[in-house]
Design a protein around this ligand. Structure first.
Ligand code: NAD
Length: 372
């Protein structure tokens, strides 16, 4: 059954089951593709209903990381890990250190980070056993919280979207609706207002709404009123699957461009947006700033380099829009084409070059030095 699932969810290179009875660790590491470099992706801790559900999740997420890194122009492959367990009850030092030892046994083929259910603190334990972890605290040579960089990348992507759709070089006076004022949405709202944009925002947490209204002077509406707002750009920064059968007709915007993952409920919704004349900035292209930020950690982190990297979201998105236009396909399809083309080209180059292993993982040198 497992092998069938691996084929069904994307021809992964390697899937590693990690089990330790003593500390209660049950984890799966999935390495989807390492053509471009080491497979980087966070570790999700979740109380999965079954091992199969955990396997499907890690296979799906790791393939997503391959596409995200490839479209971002990073020399990274795609991987992800899941720890099966309740993050509120089952976290211990030995669990994360044991997991770290498993990560270490892959010798840098997989590099981890935090994700849903895991924190910087958990990654500190992982770091005690392996250098192959990113998103560790600044004090340890890491890059800390990625969300300001994710938000900065989203801002650059929004600028590309506004340029493409409205022909405008400035966000001044452009109207936005922001759904979700958490780590990404709050930072994005700050950047948008600094650029002179008009923002209407929402969150299910009244406290964060109040804070955003006081700090940035944005208009707040109820969560069930955000989609209908007449705006230029709708920026989803909360949930996935926000564009679905129920919501698509409510949208009153010219473009959808935000930080949330898995914005489209199904691919057909990407086609429907195109038919409605709404320009969609594919999620994994526009929200790649956080990944770019941890990539810089692999090279030796500086803030300036992280900002330079995340600025590239503008060009990456323009390339996607151009492919979509020239081929007459929806933008999500254009993003997949861009990622697949880059992987195919580098695979071809590798097949001709010498010393693939050494070149591929050269970015990890800095990590191992940092750990010594
Ligand atoms: P977060 O948990 O800090 O913020 C999410 C916010 O959305 C919370 O304030 C929550 O109250 C609000 N929310 C939840 N349901 C809502 C609803 N129905 N209506 C309005 N608000 C709602 O998470 P985050 O780190 O800001 O991430 C936001 C999105 O961006 C997620 O989809 C995440 O996967 C994606 N993302 C985040 C990063 C990052 O660096 N943090 C990177 C890439 C993608």
């Amino acid at each position: 059954m497992s092998f069938e699932l691996i084929s069904k969810y994307g021809e992964h290179e390697q899937v590693v089951y990690c089990r330790d009875e003593r500390c209660g660790l049950k984890a799966i590491i999935a390495i989807h593709n390492t053509t471009l470099g080491p497979a980087l992706g966070g570790t999700r801790m979740w109380n999965y209903a079954s091992d199969e559900e955990a396997l499907i999740d890690v296979l799906r997420l790791s393939k997503g990381m391959t596409y995200k890194a490839a479209a971002a122009g990073l020399n990274l492959g795609g991987g992800k890990a899941v720890i099966i367990g309740d993050p509120k009850k089952q976290k211990t030092e030995s669990l994360f250190r044991t997991f770290g030892a498993f990560v270490n046994s892959l010798k840098g083929k997989y590099v981890t980070a935090e994700d849903v259910g895991t924190s910087v603190r958990d990654m500190e334990y992982v770091y005690m056993e392996t250098p192959y972890v990113t998103g560790i605290p600044v004090a340890l040579g890491g890059s800390g919280d990625p969300s300001p960089y994710t938000a900065h990348g989203v801002l650059m992507g929004i600028k590309a979207t506004v340029k493409k759709k409205l022909g405008a070089d400035s966000l001044s006076g452009v109207r936005f609706s922001v759904q979700g004022l958490g780590n990404v949405g709050r930072n994005l709202t700050k950047y948008l207002t600094q650029e002179g944009a008009e923002v209407v925002a929402t969150d299910i947490d009244p406290e964060v709404c109040k804070r955003a209204s006081e700090e940035f002077g944005v208009q707040i509406v109820a969560p069930d009123q955000i989609l209908q707002q007449e705006v230029d750009v709708f920026a989803p920064c909360a949930l996935g699957a926000v564009v679905n059968d129920q919501t698509i007709d409510q949208l009153n915007c010219k473009a959808v461009a935000g930080g949330a993952n898995n914005v489209l409920s199904e691919e057909k919704h990407g086609r429907a947006l195109m038919e409605l004349g709404i320009l969609y900035a594919p999620d994994y292209v526009i929200n790649a700033g956080g990944l770019m930020n941890v990539f810089v950690e692999l090279e030796g982190y500086t803030e300036q380099r992280a900002v330079e990297k995340t600025n590239k979201v503008y060009d990456n998105l323009m390339t996607v829009f151009d492919i979509a236009e020239s081929k007459g396909v929806p933008t999500f399809e254009a993003a997949n084409l861009l990622a697949e083309q880059r992987i195919a080209e580098i695979a071809h180059l590798r097949s001709r070059a010498h010393g693939r292993e050494a070149r591929q993982y050269s970015t990890l040198d800095q990590m191992t030095k940092r750990h010594d």
